[in-house]
Design a protein around this ligand. Structure first.
Ligand code: OGA
Ligand code: MN
Length: 214
């Protein structure tokens, strides 16, 4: 199944906003059937499919838990929901490459489950000079989120401590930003919180190394 006309209008809007601001937040943006399939799939995954996420190479278990406490499950095309999500992400990639010449090459993404009390402290998804993650995509799978549930995504300017944006992890909301430019964090959640985080990478191959295979 390919992308629809309304997907391509959405992709154009995302391209415009990323071009202008480097970031874009859109409510009710993910197609409803796709959100529904992903929300059902993530809630049905058995516990053993989730694992504690790592951060970099050196961080030990305790350090990791101080920074992030979510559990993740990588998404592939072995299920209908996973496949539909990857088709959508590929359509967005093509639109962004067409409009912005970003040269996005590959996409990787995972479900994340934050249990009550879980958080993810301020971090960047990519570091300048390491040509890996270029663009971050986050989407939320939580119907009827309320203010008292916490779990907001705070996005900061490159330098500075006053958040630019506070986003509730509400079903259908999509957040896209340049991975190297926006520090962000997930505030402690009061209730189970489901999201997808994904990253587009450019193909930074040289004689010794071919990403993303390495
Ligand atoms: C991440 C991340 C944000 C969110 O996984 O890197 O920042 O709101 N996730 O789930
Ligand atoms: Mn992040």
């Amino acid at each position: 199944m390919g992308n629809t006309a309304s997907d391509s209008r959405l992709f154009d809007q995302i391209a415009d906003e990323v071009y202008q601001h480097g970031i874009c937040v859109l409510r009710n943006a993910l197609p409803e059937t796709l959100s529904a399939a992903l929300a059902a799939e993530v809630r049905g995954l058995p516990e053993h499919r989730f694992s504690r996420a790592g951060i970099g190479r050196q961080a030990d278990h305790q350090n990791i838990e101080a920074i992030r406490r979510d559990e993740i499950c990588w998404i592939d095309s072995s299920t209908a929901a996973g496949q539909a999500w990857l088709v959508w992400a590929d359509g967005l990639k093509q639109a962004l490459n067409r409009r912005l010449f970003l040269g996005l090459f590959s996409f990787e993404s995972h479900y994340a489950h934050y249990c009550p009390g879980d958080y993810y402290k301020v971090h960047l998804d990519a570091f300048r000079g390491q040509q890996n993650r270029v663009l971050t995509v986050v989407t939320y799978l939580n119907p009827d989120w309320s203010d008292s549930d916490g779990g907001e995504l705070l996005v900061y300017p490159e330098k500075g401590r006053t958040p630019l944006l506070k986003v509730q992890p509400e079903y259908g909301t999509v957040v896209i930003f340049l991975s190297e430019e926006f520090p962000h964090e997930v505030l402690p959640t009061m209730t189970d919180r489901y999201s997808i985080a994904g990253w587009y990478r450019i193909n930074s191959s040289d004689s010794n190394r071919v990403d993303p295979e390495s």
